[in-house]
Design a protein around this ligand. Sequence first.
Ligand code: MN
Length: 437
Amino acid sequence: MKSDHSHDIGAKSWLASANDAGTPFPLQNLPFGVFRRAGTNEAFRGGVALGDQVIDLAALSEAGVFSGLAADAARACAQPALNAFFDMGKHAWRALRHALFALFGSGGPQDAAKRCLVPQASVEYGLPARIGDYTDFYTSIDHARNIVKLLRPDGAVSPNFQWMPVAYHGRVSSIGLSGQKVRRPCGQRMAAGAHVPDVGPCERLDYELELGIFIGVGNPQGERIPVASAEDHVFGLCLLNDWSARDIQAWESTPLGPFLAKSFATTLSPWIVTMDALAPYRTSWTRPAEDPQPLPYLSSAVLEESGALDIRLEVALETAMHRRDALPPTRLSRTSFRHQYWTLAQMVAHHTVAGCNLRSGDLLGSGTISGPSRDEAGALIELTQAGHAPIHLPTGETRAFLEDGDAVVMSGWCERPGYARIGFGENRAQVLPAKWD
Ligand code: MN
């Protein structure tokens, strides 16, 4: 889609906090999530972030301020999961976005709209959808090259990487939200030079910086989604931490791929930034001329013109010492999703080419997002050269991999001259000690 009036940088809200320069949630963003007032037994329902408030879509639907498709869409959002809203498709998503933009934009506060605001500081979040299936991709060539250099110094990135977005099937039951505490996993490891594995707490716990991709509209089994219309099936994106136990992963992954090294936890940020909100930050997608060019089912003119998204991403680390000394988290890396070797549309088209049916609320992980330079790496294993070059923190500590008590803090935003700066908010989760013996 192209940008429209809802991306106008001059648009202001009557809600003052939505106009603050630092807010991730100005009127131009309007990301969707699921929430309730913390510490209550209220039902979870859909909400939209605006400034420091949540627009309660159940209350808004009840108030009856919208009509037509926007009213139907708001009603679908009154449920504890957004699957039914996702399934309504892009016209309904856009109708609700435009209705919210009008109601909270110019024209001044309306009492009915004011009564639907709940302070973000007072809420707790739920998973935005009932996630049926979760697929994690492997689509950053810089990540792939870094990993191969570390793990197989004489090897090369596997030949299929440049021909398809590679993926494996992930685990849904252990998906949680920002704020969660993640127990250090235990499992089998084969020490260097050993011939027999041992079992115990992971000693090489890592994160992976990724985007979570929520499927809006699925496809019937046996019918593939063409790459040119693939993004019509995507509702929006959040920040995803694909926790990884590197020692467990190295020993278990041949020949079928990661299992226990990944299935113990995945953390999502609570707000889904819609593809509509991301329209102004699109950029051209190119494949180096010397590389294999995508097969026709992974190629389209639209893709080359605007298939990539310039989403800026950052990972920071907060140790127990940071908290004790009231220091801000230390930034470990910063990159952009625009470097990714495969796009969202190609992931969706490839996922369905064999006939697999995607469903509303399914989650895809973009794959680790690492950029071309060393400080753009989206995982500790790359930043620390598999632990050989530990990171020095301002607390005086060093880190090769994550220690108990460490919190990983991911953030993301988009900016472009002439357009508003919109954010994803935060994805924060902390490591708990293993339970063993
Ligand atoms: Mn991953």
